[in-house]
Design a protein around this ligand. Structure first.
Ligand code: HEC
Length: 377
C-alpha cells in the first residue's frame, strides 16, 4: 500500500516537473560526441551533481540530464524560441517601439506579468511584490535579468500612464512597462500561458501570475506573482539561471531566511501588506502603520481594510485625503474576511504597544522579534 503510494508520488513529481523545466530538444541527439561532458543535476539544488541518473538526496527530485556545451542549446531551442513567441511590436513607457521576441526575450532571463493600471485588486500588490523581488536581485536586473509588465488594457494604459504608474511604485531600472495593440497583447498572453478569459462582472479578478523564463535555455515556469518575494527572487536568480552559472551561493541565501514562528496577523501582514507598508520603518508605497490603531477608530479601520475602494468612491474624508497624500495610489481591496481583518488589526495594535514598551527601555521597535517589515525587506 505505502509502496504504491510512493510510486504514485514519484510519478506525480515526474509529471509535474516536466512542464516546469522544459529541456530543450536535441540534447539527446548530440549526446554521443559529448558523453564525457554529460552530467545530471537537481533542478532545485544546482550544487547536487552526479555522473549517473538518479534522484536528489536533498529533495528527491529526479536529476535532470544536461551537458556543458551551452552554446548548442540556443540553436536547438526551437520549441520555445523565435518560432514560438510572436515578434510583435510593443511600446515602452518611454514611447519606444520594441519587438517582443528580438528585443525583449532573445538571450535573456525574464520575468513577465500582465497588469493594468486601473486595477483595484491584485495588480498593485503584485507590482509592489515584484519591486521587492527586484531589490533582492540587485543590479542583475537590467543586466541579465529583465522584468516586463505588459498592460492588458492598452486603450487606457498609454506610455505616459504606464510611466506614472512605474514611478508611483518606485520601480527600478531593468523593468519595462509595455503597451501595444490589443490583439498583439492577447496573442502574447496566450503564448505565455497567462491569458484568462475576460470576465466583465469581475474585471479585477484575474489570477496574478508571473512567467519566469530563460530564453536561451528554453525553460519557462509559471509562478504566483504573490509568492514570497524571497522565494521568487531565488527562483528567478538561481533555478532559471542554473544552466548558465552553476556557482550559486545557496547557503548564504538559505541562512538569511528567518525561521517562521509567527502569528496569523503577522503572517497576513507579511504576505499581504508589507510590500507597501512598514511598521515603524517609514512610509513606502503606503503609509507607515505604526500607531495607526491609536490614531483611527477601530470601526474605520475595519471597514477600510475590508472595502478601501468603496470608501474612496463614497468620498470618505480620511480615505480621500490619504489617496491624495499618497500620490493617488489606492489601497487595494484584498478581499480580507472579518477574521483576517481582526487578526491584522490585533497584530498592528500589539506592534504599536511593544514599540512603546521597547523605546522606553531604550531599544528600537521590533529589534529582537520577527518583524515582517524587516523579514520581507
Ligand atoms: C499595493 C500597495 C498596498 C498594499 C498591498 C496595502 N496597502 Fe494599505 N495603503 C496603501 C496606500 C497607497 C495607502 C494610502 C492611500 C490610500 O489610502 O488610498 C494605504 C492606506 C492604508 C491604511 C490607512 C493608513 C492611515 O493612516 O489611516 C491602512 C490602515 C492600511 N493601508 C492597511 C493595510 C493593510 C493592513 C494591508 C494588508 C492587508 C494593506 N494596507 C495593503 C497601499 C497598500
Amino acid at each position: 500500500m505505502s509502496g504504491r503510494f510512493v510510486r504514485l508520488f514519484l510519478l506525480a513529481i515526474m509529471i509535474f516537473s516536466m512542464p516546469l523545466l522544459i529541456q530543450p530538444q536535441g540534447t539527446a541527439e548530440n549526446s554521443s560526441s559529448q558523453e564525457n561532458d554529460l552530467q545530471y543535476i537537481c533542478p532545485m539544488h544546482p550544487e547536487v551533481k552526479s555522473k549517473t541518473p538518479g534522484t536528489c538526496p536533498k529533495c528527491g527530485m529526479t536529476l535532470k540530464r544536461e551537458s556543458h556545451t551551452h552554446t548548442s542549446l540556443s540553436a536547438d531551442n526551437k520549441r520555445w524560441g523565435a518560432n514560438y513567441f510572436p515578434n510583435v511590436p510593443l511600446i515602452t513607457q518611454d514611447g519606444k517601439t520594441v519587438r517582443f521576441y528580438d528585443d525583449l526575450l532573445k538571450g535573456k532571463l525574464v520575468a513577465i506579468d500582465l497588469i493594468y493600471t486601473h486595477c483595484k485588486d491584485a495588480c498593485p500588490l503584485e507590482t509592489a511584490r515584484l519591486v521587492q523581488v527586484q531589490k533582492m536581485l540587485g543590479d542583475r536586473v537590467g543586466k541579465d535579468i529583465f522584468f516586463y509588465s505588459i498592460s492588458i488594457d492598452p486603450k487606457q494604459d498609454t506610455p505616459e500612464v504606464l510611466k506614472a504608474y512605474a514611478e508611483k511604485f518606485h520601480v527600478g531600472p531593468g523593468w519595462t512597462f509595455l503597451t501595444g495593440k490589443e490583439e498583439d497583447i492577447e496573442l502574447i498572453s496566450k503564448k505565455l500561458g497567462l491569458y484568462s478569459e475576460p470576465d466583465p462582472s469581475n474585471r479585477d479578478g484575474h489570477t496574478p501570475s508571473l512567467m519566469i523564463g530563460n530564453e536561451p535555455g528554453g525553460q519557462w515556469m509559471k509562478n504566483s506573482a504573490l509568492d514570497n518575494p524571497r522565494f521568487l527572487s531565488l527562483m528567478i536568480g538561481q533555478l532559471m539561471d542554473g544552466w548558465k552559472n552553476r556557482k550559486v551561493e545557496t547557503a548564504k541565501n538559505y541562512a538569511e531566511v528567518p525561521t517562521l514562528a509567527i502569528s496569523g496577523g503577522q503572517y497576513l501582514f507579511a504576505t499581504r501588506c508589507s510590500a507597501c507598508h512598514s511598521i515603524g520603518h517609514g512610509a513606502s508605497v503606503g503609509p507607515d502603520l505604526l500607531g495607526v490603531t491609536t490614531v483611527r477608530s477601530r470601526a474605520w479601520l475595519s471597514r477600510f481594510l475590508t472595502v478601501p475602494d468603496q470608501m474612496l468612491t463614497e468620498r470618505d474624508p480620511i480615505a480621500t485625503a490619504l489617496y491624495k497624500q499618497y500620490n493617488q495610489v489606492q489601497m487595494p481591496n484584498l478581499h480580507l474576511n472579518e477574521g483576517e481583518v481582526n487578526a491584522i488589526l490585533g497584530y498592528l495594535a500589539t506592534q504599536t504597544v511593544s514599540s512603546h514598551a521597547s523605546t522606553s527601555i531604550g531599544g528600537k521597535a521590533g529589534d529582537a522579534r520577527m518583524e515582517p517589515g524587516v523579514m520581507m525587506r
